[in-house]
Design a protein around this ligand. Structure first.
Ligand code: HEC
Length: 230
């Protein structure tokens, strides 16, 4: 599941999820004590990034998050509604793969790297641009690295929660983990990637949707409201 897309779909569906600022909600940490000691020892070697943040998201963070997001859910078939949940050892291992990859992968965001591949300026041009340019994101992180790191820790905390839940094979809690994960992704995106998508953006979008529905109900042809791309 792609975080931004989900939230947008929900927002457009009028659930008003984004009316308040999506808080960054660090889940309770279940980090084993050993991790703190390891973190304090010097690194065994240098770290060098391979890709931009955008590519790290697309080719690693996002796909592995799906192991957690897609582990529970419901699907409607001709036979009725079917609950999806981990059942076999392999199913739970998949959740663990997601959790471990996210917990470790989150720290790759601490390695200084470009935000986008060369030449990619994000959707940052024009007065209504909702996304920041890579230069603006970099400046924001440099201005306040504490926030950037807190967002990373928030993601890692949810990943640790997922790991714990997978160990205990707790299906009910896996639902909560999915929600917490969505919040951790989204809180960072709203702060660093598309802060232009604030309350005013959604008020405008809602107005356009209302106009569209009005005209459609009168049978008139209406311009399709701009659909967000993610
Ligand atoms: C610490 C901050 C942070 C966290 C946490 C975070 N992201 Fe991102 N993500 C970003 C930034 C910044 C960008 C935009 C990079 C750019 O385009 O300049 C981004 C972009 C993306 C993209 C767009 C990639 C593309 O090709 O356009 C996806 C998808 C994504 N993130 C998924 C996720 C998911 C899923 C999670 C949670 C499991 C997550 N992100 C957590 C910072 C974060």
């Amino acid at each position: 599941m792609d975080c931004p897309r989900t939230v947008r779909v929900l927002a457009i569906a009028g659930l008003g999820l984004l009316s308040g600022a999506a808080a960054c909600s660090p889940a309770k940490s279940t980090a084993p004590a050993a991790q703190t000691t390891a973190a304090q020892a010097p690194l065994w070697g240098d770290l060098k990034p391979v890709v931009s943040v955008k590519e790290l998201m697309k080719y690693m963070i996002d796909p592995v998050a799906d192991n957690v997001f897609n582990a529970v859910g419901t699907t409607v078939t001709r036979q009725g509604t079917i609950d999806i949940q981990p059942k076999t050892e392999d199913d739970w291992d998949k959740v663990r793969t997601g959790a471990v990859s996210l917990a470790e992968g989150a720290y790759l965001l601490k390695i200084r790297r470009p935000f986008t591949p060369p030449g990619d300026e994000n959707d940052s041009a024009g007065p209504d641009a909702v996304e920041l340019s890579p230069a603006q994101i970099t400046a924001k992180v440099e201005r306040d690295p504490v926030e950037w790191n807190a967002r990373i820790e928030a993601l890692r905390n949810v990943a640790l929660e997922a790991l714990d839940v997978a160990k205990r094979k707790d299906v009910a809690e896996l639902w909560d983990v999915g929600e917490n994960l969505d919040k951790a992704c989204e809180a960072c995106h709203r702060s660093y990637w598309y802060p232009g998508e604030g309350a005013e953006f959604y008020r405008k979008l809602q107005r356009r949707l209302d106009e569209f529905h009005d005209q459609a109900s009168k049978g008139g042809a209406a311009a399709k409201p701009g659909t967000p791309k993610r």
